[in-house]
Unconditional design. Structure first.
Length: 583
């Protein structure tokens, strides 16, 4: 059971007070008893000295019987028992008993001391009178010798009765003083323990996280200084905890904002900290406190972690996890024998590298084909001088030269759009009017292929802040592709007002795009049907230019296509005032 400091302090005071009270009571009673016994003994000695002359008279005349009568006569008057004893211990006279029936008193303490020449005292129970007695023996001397002992005695009952009354008075006084002392001890204990309890409760609250807790002590002693020091400490703890909390939140927010997967492992291989990216990568929403191998069962990573722990140094290595590539950076924490693991996803970077590589290959291929045709036509002209060769070579030269010019122009335009210094010429434009003008350009080609062109622009389409030249280029490329790859049906350009944006749909009834090619059609030089693209004069850069134009305006472009049922490209531009779009 917990013993409070109040019980300890008050209990100590109470024990001391009770012991002191009992000691005082005992000492006072004993002292009074001794005092009254000494007074009684001196009184008896005084009486004996007063009777000494009369007893000597009777002893000188050897009038023993007269002495007995005299003593019996004096007993009621004096209130004390009187006994005369000769040196052999024989009782000569006694005020209460028959001397002849009394035993020898030679060896009684007071008698022995009196026979030795001094006044003797003794306190004992007398079997003769069946009571406790106080005895005083006075030696009676004559001619240098002791001829008898005059003994006087009091009944102790009277002293006991008096002491009983005095003891009761002393007890009541001691009890009152003890109660006052206990009350004072209680007040002092409360005075001492109250601030301690207040400090204890405040410290428990601070330990529980209530850092705004303060103590207000009324004491004007060291406890007030202790309370002020405690409050200053609490303020300092609150400030430090706020700083630590802020730093922890900043650290967690920073770690949480890191797109790379990050995890910290302790010496046992348990995860003590992980960000959202790592949890997403592992597929486990709660990973803290679990072993790393429970969360990510990847032998390669386990091997790297064991190697870092064995070599006690960091390392970096690319590894394959599932179908994605990661750069695994592992750092060693020497102080806690832990490991920091950062997984940087390289998949998109590898895709960009693949796109660049494909771009070089496709660009080289696209340029090589018309150049080879031009070279062949030039050789034909070089070897043949007739008009027939000239008429055969000239269309080849013209067609492939136009294709080269188209490729170069598209590459230059794409480079211009990707240049960071490129500035948009934002104006408030009537998009349906621009689309109508472009459709008129394609009417002859569409009519030759039996295609119908339609523009659907309902009333109320709001003006939009765009670069008119780039909008014209975007619509031209989308409609051009639709006309090139559609052999039947119709091509429609639809405008729709959506919440906060303008949507433009360019739909055709061509062969459609297979699902496996849809994710890559916006890459440079990527074409679904290469032979048909060359035959129709496509450069493979049109949709890539469309994507860059849309991104520059802060919009989006998406593709919906079903094989054999046509393709729809949907472009969405945000409705913003002119000057709000940043290049």
């Amino acid at each position: 059971m917990k013993r409070t400091i109040f019980l300890k302090v008050f209990g100590s005071f109470a024990v001391i007070v009770l012991l002191v009270g009992a000691l005082i009571f005992g000492l006072a009673a004993g002292t009074l008893r001794r005092h009254y016994e000494e007074i009684s003994a001196r009184h008896l000695e005084t009486l004996g000295r007063a009777l000494q002359a009369e007893v000597d008279f009777f002893l000188d005349g050897e009038m023993v019987e007269d002495l007995q009568a005299y003593i019996r006569k004096m007993d009621p008057t004096l209130g004390a028992r009187i006994t005369v004893i000769d040196p052999q211990g024989t009782v000569l006279a006694d005020s209460e008993k028959d001397p002849a029936a009394m035993e020898n008193h030679r060896y009684r303490q007071e008698v022995s001391e009196a026979l030795s020449g001094r006044v003797g005292q003794s306190r004992r129970f007398s079997y003769t009178v069946d009571a406790r007695m106080l005895y005083v023996g006075i030696p009676l001397e004559k001619d240098g010798r002791i001829r008898a002992v005059l003994r006087l005695s009091y009944f102790m009952t009277s002293i006991d009765n008096l002491l009983g009354r005095l003891r009761g008075m002393i007890g009541r006084a001691v009890l009152g003083i003890t109660l006052l002392a206990l009350f004072a001890a209680l007040a002092l204990s409360l005075h001492v323990t109250r601030p301690i309890r207040a400090l204890t409760r405040a410290s428990e609250k601070i330990a529980g996280g209530e850092f705004r807790t303060r103590v207000h002590l009324r004491n004007r002693d060291e406890f007030r200084a202790l309370g002020e020091g405690f409050n200053a400490m609490a303020e300092r703890i609150e400030s430090l905890f706020a700083d630590v909390t802020s730093q922890k939140e900043n650290l967690l927010n920073t770690i949480g904002a890191v797109t790379e997967g990050l995890a910290v492992l302790d010496r046992e291989g348990k995860i003590v900290l992980a960000n959202v990216s790592f949890k997403t990568l592992s597929g486990e929403p709660a990973v803290e406190g679990r072993f790393f191998w429970e969360v990510m069962r990847r032998p390669k990573l386990r091997e790297l972690i064991d190697r870092v722990r064995a070599e006690k140094r960091g390392l970096s290595q690319e590894c394959r996890l599932d179908d994605r590539s990661y750069l695994c950076n592992l750092g060693y924490l020497a102080f806690q024998d832990g490991i920091v693991l950062i997984l940087h996803d390289l998949t998109e970077l590898h895709k960009v590298e693949d796109i660049k590589r494909d771009f070089i290959v496709n660009a080289s291929h696209e340029l090589r084909t018309p150049l080879a045709a031009i070279l062949g036509a030039a050789e034909l002209l070089e070897n043949e001088s007739c008009d027939g060769a000239r008429s055969e070579a000239m269309p080849i030269l013209k067609r492939n030269a136009e294709r080269l010019i188209g490729i170069v122009e598209d590459m230059l335009k794409l480079g211009e759009l990707e240049d960071r210094s490129f500035k948009l010429d934002i104006q408030t434009v009537d998009a349906p009017s621009i689309a109508s003008d472009i459709l008129k350009i394609f009417e002859p080609r569409a009519k030759a292929k039996g295609l119908s062109l339609r523009l659907e622009a309902p009333a109320g389409i709001p003006p939009v802040a765009l670069d008119p030249d780039l909008l014209e280029r975007l619509l031209f490329n989308l409609i051009d592709n639709a006309v090139k790859y559609s052999d039947r049906g119709d091509i429609s350009v639809r405008f729709r007002g959506e919440e906060g944006s303008l949507a433009i749909d360019v739909a055709d009834t061509g062969p459609g795009i297979p699902p496996e090619h849809q994710a890559r059609v916006f890459e440079r030089f990527y074409v679904v049907d290469k032979s048909r693209s060359r035959r129709l004069g496509g450069t493979g850069l049109g949709l890539s230019i469309v994507k860059h134009i849309v991104q520059l305006h802060g919009g989006t472009v998406e593709l919906r296509s079903t094989e054999g049922r046509g393709t729809t490209f949907t472009v969405r531009f945000p409705l913003r005032p002119a000057g709000s779009v940043q290049p």
